[in-house]
Every structure is written in C-alpha cells, then in structure tokens.
Ligand binder design. Structure first.
Ligand SMILES: [Zn+2]
Length: 433
C-alpha cells in the first residue's frame, strides 16, 4: 500500500474511498467497554485482493462485505480484508467489533478515545479515529456520518452534526447524531458526560444567526453561560469577516476536568473547565475554536503539511475578534507575535513544518503573521474578499497551500506567490511589512 501522508505514515489508505460511516456504539462507562458496529459505504479505487482500514486496540468479530462474510486479519493498527475487489464498484463493509478503547500514543501525545473521570472525550487529531471505529483515517478522505451511542440514561452522548433522535430503552438511552456535511476522520467525535444540554443565552449580545448550544455539568452551567455568551458576538463578527457559518449549529462541550488544550470538532468544540475563567488567554481560545469551523472543518487541508491553513487562520481570527470587540488592535498582536518569533529558533518552514512540528506554536503565530502580511499588501477590502471567497468556493472540501496562493492571486490580481514566498517557504522570519 502506498503512503497517503508522510506526516502520519501509518494511517489511511490510498486505495479506498469511504463516503459514509454508519456507527452504532454501545458504551458502558465504568468497565470502559465499547461494542460497535460500523457500516462503511464506499468504493475501492483500484483492483485489489486486500484492502486495509485503520483500527487500533479493538477486536473484530465479524466482517461482511456486501452482506457476505469475508476473511480478515488484524495487525496492531490495521484491519485487513481479503477478497476480490473491483475498481470503482460500490462496497459496503459491515464490521462488528468490541473492546476497551484507549488512546494511541504518538508523536503528538495521546490521541483518540480517552476516559474522563466520569465520561469520555475523543481527541482525534491527527490520527486518533482508529481507536474507536474502523476508518480510512486521513483528512483528504472526508465522509458523511451517522452515529448512535447507547449509554446509561444519566449521561449525554454528543457526536457530529445534528441530534436526530433520543430514545430511552429502560435505564439506557440512545443518542443519534447525523452529519450530512462531510467531515474529516480527525474531527469525528463522541463526547460523553453527565451533561445538561441547552442553548447558550446571548447575555447582552445580539443573538447570533446560528443556534449556539452548551453541554456541561450542572455545577459549571452558570459559569459556562457567562463566559460563552460572547460567542453570539463572535459568530456575527466571523460571519462578516469569513462568510456564512458553514454548519447548522455550534455546540461547546465543557468537560468536568481541566484540559491542556481545547479541541475542535465539527460542528462543536470541547473546552476544559479551566477554559471558562475570565481573561484574554481563555477568550482567545474560545474564538480560535469557533474559527476552526470555517478553517479546518469546512475547508480542510488535503495534507497535514498544510496545517497552517487551519492554525494560522484560527490564530488570526483570535486577533480579529480582539480588535472587533474593542480589545487590543491587530497590529499590536502582530507586533508581539513577531517579536516573540524573532527570539525563537527559525528552523521550520511554515508550509511544511514536519510531522512532529505541525502543532508547534510557531506554525500558529507565523501562519497568522503571513495572513497579516497578505492583508498589508492587499488592503482590507481585497483581503477579506480573498477570505470570504476562499471559504465559499471550498466549502466542505479539501485544500492546499498552492491552491490558496492561486486563489489569492486570482481574487487580488497581485503576485501573492512571490510576495508571500519567504513567509511560507523559507525558515528565516521575514520583517513585518
Ligand atoms: Zn487550532
């Protein structure tokens, strides 16, 4: 099998396209036991006698291929199916599996399905999806999802897209979520906790066009409402700057415990209880995660090397929110980030920072500065036209740095590629224009 991405060399398959995942999960919290059925709809891209899915730490009991039992084998991180696969013929892969899901250790720490003290969190980026369902784990392979999670009725289970149905079966409750908009495997999620779930009140801000939801424990409810009400104003600012919000709603899940970093999913984000405290350092993260719905989730990098298209844009969104909400101006943020970068080693290339370095702070800051440099060169009107048409033309798709440069040149009529060359492709930090 040829490699899909050198940043995550063991994940994903070039030979397979999955367009839809239908997941039925039964999860018992105390013993941490997951029993799952995953039905994958897709096709094989070239004739083959085996295909591989990513699956890690869970035991498969049966695989049906177009309703017929098929031979399979499991390695540490792959489920290998043996059959005669014909190119482009539709296939339905029906996998029964079970086990005690746990995160996968990698260059980025623990990723995947993780037990909380009273619930579950999934942190899928970049390659943790295989810890809870068989998949073709790479952002270039987006798919639609339906996910039902059966849990004890004291718990709420949240997944991607919109909530379709909540059905109580005695002491247990099934939560069915559906994402009609395609999503990358790293954004596929399940969040389980003793959560109350309701709308976020605008609390003095003009209500956003899009419904905003909150899920968290009762003891955090008031603090979360107070600290997240400003998302109504953020949503309005970002829709003006980036174009229409790409999904039907936005949810923030706040876990009972502190988290090192918030996480983005689609169309939701996960914050730790520590992220609710007042102050710019938390508020910026709330803005950052919301901005990922446009940059990262709707418009997704085709390869991990282009991660600045997520993180640079989401970091720039923090600065935009700061300025538009009457806090510090964007030039101040840019100058501070530039000063800070100037003191750090200048040995990474923004448009190819390397697998272990892709979540380095320098990618975030320099990515935002690259956008600020672009804005200085084009002026505000053209710059925001570039951003809005970028999110509109690439909605629900995957993109690359080269594609962004082509796009910016076309919209601005200026030689953006050469103007941004040093920012994107040379390690040395350029001067701030
Ligand atoms: Zn981010």
């Amino acid at each position: 099998m040829s490699q899909l991405d050198s940043y995550t060399p063991t994940s994903g398959s070039t030979d397979l396209q999955i367009d839809h995942y239908d997941l039925d999960l039964d999860y018992e919290i105390r013993p941490n036991r997951l029993t799952g059925r995953a039905v994958l709809h897709g096709r094989v891209l070239a004739e083959a006698s085996t295909i591989e899915l990513d699956l890690c730490g869970l035991k498969v009991s049966q695989v049906l291929l177009n309703d017929t039992k098929t031979r399979f084998k499991q390695t540490r991180a792959k489920l290998v199916l043996h059959s005669h696969f014909v190119a482009d013929e539709p296939i339905i892969i029906d996998v029964r599996y079970a086990g005690k899901p746990r995160p996968q250790r990698g260059a980025w720490g623990d990723v995947g399905w993780e037990e909380l003290s009273d619930g579950v969190l999934v942190a899928g980026q970049p390659n943790g999806a295989a810890t809870w369902f068989p998949c073709n784990d790479h952002p270039s392979h987006k798919a639609t999802y339906r996910c039902t999670v059966l849990v004890d009725s004291d718990y709420t289970a949240i997944s991607n897209g919109e909530l379709l149905e909540v059905t109580r079966h005695g002491s247990r409750t099934a939560w069915t979520w559906e994402s009609a908009h395609p999503l990358a495997t790293y954004l596929a999620t399940v969040q389980i906790g003793a959560y109350r779930r309701d709308r976020i009140s605008p609390a003095g801000h003009a209500p956003a066009r899009v419904p905003l939801w909150l899920a968290c424990g009762d003891h955090l409810w008031k603090q979360a409402q107070d600290s997240l009400g400003k998302q109504h104003a953020m949503m309005t600012v970002f829709e003006r700057r980036f174009g229409e919000y790409p999904f039907g709603s936005y949810t923030v899940v706040v876990t009972d415990e502190a988290l090192e970093m918030p996480l983005e999913s689609q169309p939701l984000s996960i914050l730790g209880s520590n992220h609710l405290r007042a102050g710019w350092n938390r508020e910026r993260l709330v803005a950052h995660e919301l901005a990922h719905q446009w940059f990262g989730n709707s418009v997704t990098p085709h390869r991990w090397a282009d991660i600045w298209l997520n993180e640079g844009f989401a970091t720039y969104a923090e600065w935009l929110w700061s300025e538009d909400s009457g806090q510090r101006g964007i030039d101040t943020h840019a100058r501070e980030a530039h000063d800070r970068l100037a003191t750090l080693p200048q040995n990474i290339v923004l448009a190819d920072p390397g697998g272990p370095g892709m979540f380095d702070d320098r990618v975030y800051m320099r990515g935002a500065l690259t956008l600020h440099a672009l804005r200085s060169l084009t002026g505000d009107d053209v710059f925001f036209r570039v951003l809005r048409s970028w999110t509109a033309e690439n909605r629900y798709r995957t993109v690359s740095t080269a594609g962004f440069l082509d796009h910016a040149e076309r919209v601005s009529g200026q030689p953006i590629r050469s103007l941004l060359h040093a920012w994107l492709f040379e390690p040395r930090l350029p001067r701030l224009p």
